[in-house]
Design a protein around this ligand. Structure first.
Ligand SMILES: *Cc1c(COP(=O)(O)O)cnc(C)c1O
Length: 479
């Protein structure tokens, strides 16, 4: 990459960042291409370029091994909340390291896992009173699916036939086989049809491209009629309904219309099936409330958490359950009602310590107040993008933004898969000092919750320039 404005002085670095020796940099780059298999990456293409190697971070900034700095516009894929190297979280991990890094929850307890469970129950929607730990979002979802199925088996009388799930189209719940089964991104699932279990799919409330060609609110959320139909028809067979509340992130930041989640909750209650809320992306303040479910006063039966749980420091997943679910697993040892599930690192002490510190920062820095304020600012700033011919839709909840690029604004005609418009915009952003990871033709902006007003302005400024640059490439904007 050619040197640019965001280049840091190599000798002094910036804010203590010292770039690598150039010879070491190129060796690392070579070994990356030789040994590492990157996620969601066409490696044939990857090895043709010099990889971006991030060495350090501070606040909303990441620094590469060559001395360039970038705004972290993805929050390192939606996990970072209070910025990199936050004093409180750094110190909490160090303090815990001075005690013990990990001890198992099988046959023993640990202070950080106890305190975190209590803190999560106090924060979560009312009624969720038990915390089951795992390692990441996918495992938090797997746990919820297995709990749901076993829950029905352990009813009196048993409802063993209740093992089917309803999911939304374009939903994303992770990449393990179970979480993929309740996912709806065909690109990710199609090769694994033989592994995944069948589900009932209903259209997502994707208002920009309404599957029913209706308009909100006059549509009366007719897209929920199929949910009611399937619940009615298969009521004896359905274990639960899986949703990403308020925002379907990987689907391209599909923002649900207000009232959607509470309607889903009401239907689940009416037909007596479990509602599983996957707040792996939306949890921990992303949408302006601690959990997105709060916005519609909804308590799911099971709640899946990960990503922001530790403030973006270390992997940790959690599945929260109601007393009703928990109690279905109680019985005598010989009854085998136990939940036979666990991972080697379940309830990891460093993870729980980081998560406790994460919650402490929320309190001390009044993070949620700031997020709501900055969400308003961001909404205003993003209006600058609306005039660009390829910007079709700007969707936002809190500090989660999706900008859908289209060939034609009026017809909303999408770019073909091979046009890689999101990638092109992201590359233009990177040259200007902003890291983004698009999803198809949707440019995703997920800044750290702690990003300053100035940093947010800069992100949107760069994003606007990048979209304009791509738009003015010959042959891009068409009628
Ligand atoms: C990222 C994500 C997951 C998967 O989490 P991992 O930690 O990557 O396994 C699940 N659900 C949602 C909504 C997500 O955004």
């Amino acid at each position: 990459m050619k040197p640019s404005k965001h280049m840091v002085n190599r000798k002094s670095g910036r804010r203590g960042h010292v770039p690598c020796e150039p010879a070491w940099s190129s060796r690392l780059a070579q070994w990356d291409r030789q040994y590492v298999w990157h996620p969601f990456t066409q490696m044939k293409e990857w090895v043709e370029h010099t990889p971006l190697i991030i060495e350090t971070g501070k606040g909303s900034w990441l620094y590469d091994d060559r001395g360039n700095r970038y705004l972290d516009g993805t929050s390192s894929i939606w996990v970072n909340l209070h910025g990199h190297r936050h004093r409180t979280i750094d110190a909490a991990i160090r303090r815990q390291l001075g005690k013990v890094a990990h001890s198992t929850l099988l046959g023993a307890a640990s202070p950080p896992s106890i305190l975190l469970a209590r803190a999560l129950v106090r924060l979560a929607p009312k009624g969720l009173r038990r915390v089951f730990y795992s390692d990441n979002g996918s495992t938090a979802v797997e746990v919820a699916l297995k709990m749901a199925v076993q829950y029905w088996q352990q009813q009196r009388p048993p409802r063993v036939q209740r093992k089917e799930f309803v999911r939304l189209d374009a939903a994303y719940h992770g990449d393990t086989v179970g979480s993929m089964s309740v996912g709806g991104v065909e690109l990710f699932r199609q090769r694994f049809r033989s592994l995944i279990f069948p589900t009932h799919s209903i259209d997502a409330p994707y208002c920009y491209r309404c599957p029913l060609q209706l308009q909100f609110p006059s549509c009366g959320m007719a897209c929920l009629d199929p949910l009611e139909r399937v619940l009615k028809r298969r009521r004896a067979h359905i274990a639960g309904v899986m949703v990403e509340p308020v925002v379907q992130a990987v689907a391209g930041m599909i923002t649900h219309p207000p009232g959607y989640l509470s309607r889903v909750r009401a239907l689940c209650t009416r037909y007596n099936v479990l509602l599983i809320a996957d707040e792996v992306a939306t949890g921990f303040g992303r949408t302006g409330t601690m959990f997105a479910c709060e916005q519609e006063q909804v308590t799911p039966d099971l709640l899946c958490l990960a990503k922001g749980c530790t403030g973006g420091y270390v992997p940790l997943g959690a599945t929260l359950a109601t007393d009703n679910i928990y109690e279905a697993f109680l019985g005598e040892y010989r009854d085998r009602r136990t939940f036979f599930h666990g991972h080697s690192y379940t309830g990891n002490a460093l993870g729980c310590a980081a998560a406790l510190a994460n919650l402490e920062v929320f309190r001390k820095e009044k993070t949620l107040v700031r997020v709501r304020k900055h969400a308003g600012l961001l909404r205003t700033l993003l209006q600058a993008l609306a005039a660009i011919p390829i910007v079709g839709d700007i969707r936002q909840r809190g500090l989660m933004v999706g900008i859908e690029l289209v060939i034609n604004k009026a017809s909303r005609k999408p770019f073909p898969f091979s046009a890689r418009m999101g990638d092109r915009v992201a590359m233009e952003c990177r040259h200007r000092g902003l890291l983004l990871r698009p999803i198809g033709n949707v440019v995703i902006l997920v800044p750290p919750l702690a990003a300053s007003e100035r940093e947010l302005r800069r992100m949107v400024h760069i994003l606007t320039a990048a979209c304009q640059a791509v738009c003015s490439t010959p042959g891009v904007a068409r009628r």
